[in-house]
Design a protein around this ligand. Structure first.
Ligand SMILES: Nc1ncnc2c1ncn2[C@@H]1O[C@H](COP(=O)(O)OP(=O)(O)O)[C@@H](O)[C@H]1O
Ligand SMILES: [Mg+2]
Length: 356
């Protein structure tokens, strides 16, 4: 099983949407996938359940019945200092099945925010307080163990946009990570601060392990996740080329990644082999570390939310039933959905090539 985390501490860069799309496409290609919603805002869970669920008491029933595994009892068990087996048993009966037979969700919960606060403290003052200290390794261990028990080939983490302890522990415990970006000033800044931040995380986890005498090689926070690339979002093709205002930021972000982020990641052993990435991207005319340019989904996104499907799975009848379009506009939207199927299919092949 490979674990991949989609992370950028800037919000609204399509982390959640990309996790869902990538998970679905990996499922289409025959891989079994578990997505974990680790954002207390539960956007990924909302996408899978459908936005209708947010309006009625679906969530209340879902959490109360505990048939499906959710972060709620996991957070409780971790904070109360239970052991892994006890937490797994209390977590729920089974993983929630999406409408894709290979794709499963470990549903999110508001209480994940409490866990974040707890872990942030644990990382700083854990020595000598076993219950607190154990949360750091137990969180990724329990999630990996649940996914492994479900026979997952891929474990995907959707994180919240912050640099708290939970994100630190999950990112540093993953095999790989991808940074979704959007073409603007704030994202450029985010690439810069992420560079500083991951170095700090690496140091902090190393220190945490030393101070707590953690030498076990199988410890869940192995502390060397490999960066495989960025995904540049909202690339707006205008006769095959992005609008020039976007292009400026796309180029700047590309430069920041190659000149600042990558050299620093190399120093701390947090990057995948470059030739491997080159080999996976070259057939598509892409260079490291650009895994894909994803265009604006435009009006398809709203239909995706209504139907609980990724935009590339939308059929002509989905579009007709959920948007007041016909004739040429309908054709254009159907063609666009097909085009996204190719874009996400290719992106998924690249990621599989790099990670298998
Ligand atoms: N390529 C895209 N084109 C258009 N809208 C998008 C695209 N990707 C994401 N969105 C929308 O942008 C918003 C933020 O995306 P989301 O995936 O929630 O970002 P994050 O998880 O990084 O905060 C959501 O409303 C989502 O539907
Ligand atoms: Mg999100």
């Amino acid at each position: 099983m490979k674990s991949i985390c989609l992370f950028n501490h800037k919000g609204g860069v399509s982390k959640t949407t990309t996790t869902f799309n990538l998970g679905w496409m990996l499922g289409n290609k025959g891989y079994k996938v578990v997505m974990v919603d680790l954002d207390s805002q539960c956007n990924l869970t909302g996408q899978v359940f459908g936005y209708q669920a947010l309006e009625d008491d679906y969530f209340e029933t879902f959490y109360r019945e505990r048939q499906y595994i959710s972060m709620g009892p996991i957070v409780k068990g971790l904070i109360e200092g239970h052991n892994l087996e006890t937490i797994k048993v209390a977590a729920g009966h089974e993983l929630f099945k999406t409408n894709n037979p290979n794709l499963f969700l470990l549903a999110g919960h508001l209480d994940v925010a409490d866990l974040d606060a707890q872990i942030t403290v644990s990382l700083k003052i854990a020595t000598g307080i076993p219950a607190t200290r154990n949360i750091v390794g137990n969180l990724p261990a329990v999630l990996k163990s649940i996914a492994e028990a479900a026979g997952a080939d891929y474990l995907l983490f959707d994180l919240s946009p912050n640099v708290g302890g939970l994100n630190e522990v999950i990112l540093m415990s993953c095999d790989y990570f991808i940074v979704p970006t959007s073409p603007d000033y704030f994202c450029l800044q985010a690439v810069d601060s992420f560079t500083k931040n991951i170095k700090k995380w690496k140091r902090e986890i190393k220190k945490f392990k030393e101070e707590n005498d953690i030498v076990d090689k199988s410890y869940a926070v192995h502390n060397s996740p490999k960066f495989i690339g960025i995904i540049q979002q909202r690339y707006r093709p205008r006769s095959e080329r992005p609008a020039s205002s976007f292009q400026k930021w796309i180029d700047k972000i590309d430069t920041a990644v190659n000149d600042k982020l990558v050299p620093e990641l190399e120093k701390i052993d947090c990057i995948a082999a470059k030739n491997r990435i080159e080999d996976a991207l070259a057939p598509y005319g892409l260079k490291p570390y650009n895994l894909a340019y994803i265009s604006d989904f435009n009006s398809l996104i709203a239909i995706g939310h209504l139907t609980k499907k990724p935009i590339f799975e939308l059929t002509e009848s989905d579009i007709k039933a959920n948007a007041n379009v016909f004739g040429k506009a309908l054709d254009t939207m159907s063609v666009s959905a097909e085009k996204f199927k190719k874009e996400f299919g290719d992106l998924t092949d690249r990621i599989v090539n790099i990670t298998q």
